[in-house]
Write a protein that binds this ligand. Structure first.
Ligand code: AMP
Ligand code: ZN
Length: 491
């Protein structure tokens, strides 16, 4: 199979570049995963769904991808600059449980949500707490290279020293002086030499529960070192793609580059990819802004800003209608339009199976098929892909209505295009709607009640009672009346 030639917008160079993996057809991709101290909000989901699209397309395009997405379960303090309380410890105190109970609860919740959105599991999902040794080892090596120092049990990365030979602001396209100007004085953190210095290892205060022994005393890793340690371990010192939300560029990813470069003496990543933010009335959705929708609130419609609930697939469709590098604003109107669009697309997929072929086609399907690939090869442009698929929907509906014709060969290609792109690449799927379930339950119950009535008519009361008692056990009550037998699910 020939590999598709993909172009990727690289944050590092701020332009679209030809994607040339280090060792084709293999691709190593690392995506910063969730910090599991609370439920993921829809903004987080947008980033993970975007990388699911990217992963799916790379696989479809013939690459053999090792996709690593971590779980941050330690070391994330409230302030992103190594200050404040540990997020896990704070939540654990609040809920009166162990920090690892918090981690377990929200990791499972995150996986459930990812499954509902039909995202594929990563190849490896490493946790920060499972890689403490690797983080200590990396910290030791950075100290050995002279770019980190210990101060009172905490180890800091020396940003100014690193900047003498490296460009610290490379990813964010900022000069060191600008960064220094934009950073507060060392309020209370005078163990640091420079105000841009960040912690690789943090000394645990006596009340801190999640702690590990280290050469610098009892403590815990800083937030950024886990991603450098785990990406190096599973993908090597230089790998192909690293991703996350745009909000991670200035600090987390900038620090990751500095750590990996200081330890391994090479650039860690060839292509840096960043997703844009999901906003609500123009404001970034975040836990701290208090404008975060939980996916379950969206599915059930149980939220003050929602007019109704939306299914996971219409939400996924809503997200895919915007390119991953553009902002996406949340609104009821946009979601309702997506719901209709998704339904139209799925109806067309079903109609496709019923189309009759003719000798000749009135439209040529090959260009449509090629355009779908071009859209995805152009930096994973899902909205353009959807526009081409909707051109296909028009052909499907007109052929079904008899105003257009399609040959067997073209129909096969159209089917393949829709199956590949709608299901494999966009990751959409037919939704098991409540009405489908209701219909199934109704049909089954009608059959059971018919068997019971036949048994009664034959005076076979042991069978009819067995059915009634069996249904009662599953909380279904039945009522006989002159009009017939009805059933009800007990509340
Ligand atoms: P966190 O759990 O805060 O570490 O975030 C997990 C991922 O979600 C990171 O890649 C963030 O960049 C991303 N993220 C956070 N807020 C948003 C948002 N409003 N829109 C899109 N992505 C977001
Ligand atoms: Zn990370």
């Amino acid at each position: 199979m020939t590999l598709q030639q993909i172009e990727i917008f690289n944050t590092l160079t701020r332009k679209k570049e030809k994607f040339v993996p280090i060792n084709p057809p293999f691709v190593g991709m690392y995506v910063c995963g969730p910090t599991v101290y609370s439920d993921v909000h829809l903004g987080n989901c947008r980033t993970f769904i975007s990388f699911d699209l990217i992963y799916r397309y790379l696989v479809h395009a013939g690459y053999k991808v090792r996709y690593v997405r971590n779980i941050t379960d330690a070391g994330h303090l409230e302030g992103d600059r190594d200050e404040g309380e540990d997020k896990f410890a704070k939540k654990a105190k609040l809920e009166q449980v162990e920090p690892m109970e918090i981690v377990q609860k929200y990791t499972l919740g995150f996986r459930d949500v990812m499954r509902m959105f039909n995202t594929l599991s990563p190849s490896i999902e490493p946790t920060a707490t499972g890689h403490i040794l690797e983080q200590i080892e990396m910290t030791k090596q950075i100290i050995a290279s002279g770019l980190a120092y210990e101060s009172n049990g905490t180890v800091y990365f020396d940003v100014e020293k690193y900047s003498q030979k490296n460009n610290y602001g490379l990813l964010s396209n900022r000069k060191l002086e600008e960064l220094l100007e934009g950073t507060r004085e060392l309020g209370g953190q005078d163990e640091k030499k420079g105000r841009l210095d960040f912690a690789l290892w943090i000394k645990a205060k006596p009340e801190h529960i999640m702690r590990w022994p280290s050469p610098w005393g009892s403590g815990f890793p800083g937030w950024h070192i886990e991603c450098s340690a785990m990406s190096t371990k599973y993908l090597g010192t230089t790998f192909d793609i690293h991703g996350g939300g745009m909000d991670l560029i200035a600090t987390h990813h900038t620090n990751e580059i500095a750590q990996s470069q200081a330890c391994n003496h090479c650039e860690p990543v060839k292509y840096w990819m960043h997703t844009n933010m999901l906003t609500v009335n123009g404001v970034r959705m975040s836990k701290s802004a208090g404008n975060g929708f939980l996916p379950m609130e969206l599915f059930t419609g149980n939220h003050k800003l929602l007019e109704k609930g939306y299914s996971p697939m219409s939400v996924r469709f809503f997200m895919l209608q915007t390119h991953y590098r553009s902002t996406l604003d949340f609104s009821n109107e946009a979601l309702q339009a997506s719901e209709k669009g998704f339904e139209r697309l799925m109806n067309a997929v079903n109609t496709l199976e019923k189309l009759k072929t003719s000798e000749k086609s009135s439209s040529d399907i090959k260009p449509l098929h090629a355009k779908c690939y071009s859209a995805m090869n152009d930096d994973f442009n899902s909205p353009i892909l959807l526009a081409h698929l909707f051109d296909g929907v028009k052909i499907i509906n007109s052929t079904h209505a008899g105003t257009e014709t399609i040959s067997k060969e073209d129909l096969d290609l159209l089917k393949k295009t829709f199956h590949d792109f709608v299901f494999d690449v966009l990751g959409l799927k037919e939704e098991e709607s409540a009405s489908n379930n209701d219909e199934l339950a109704n049909n089954l119950m009608n059959l059971i009640l018919e068997i019971r009535n036949e048994a009664k008519a034959k005076k076979d009361f042991s069978t009819s009672d067995k059915i009634r008692d069996g249904l009662a056990k599953t909380k279904i009550s039945i009522k006989d009346s002159k009009e017939g037998t009805t059933w009800e699910l007990q509340k």
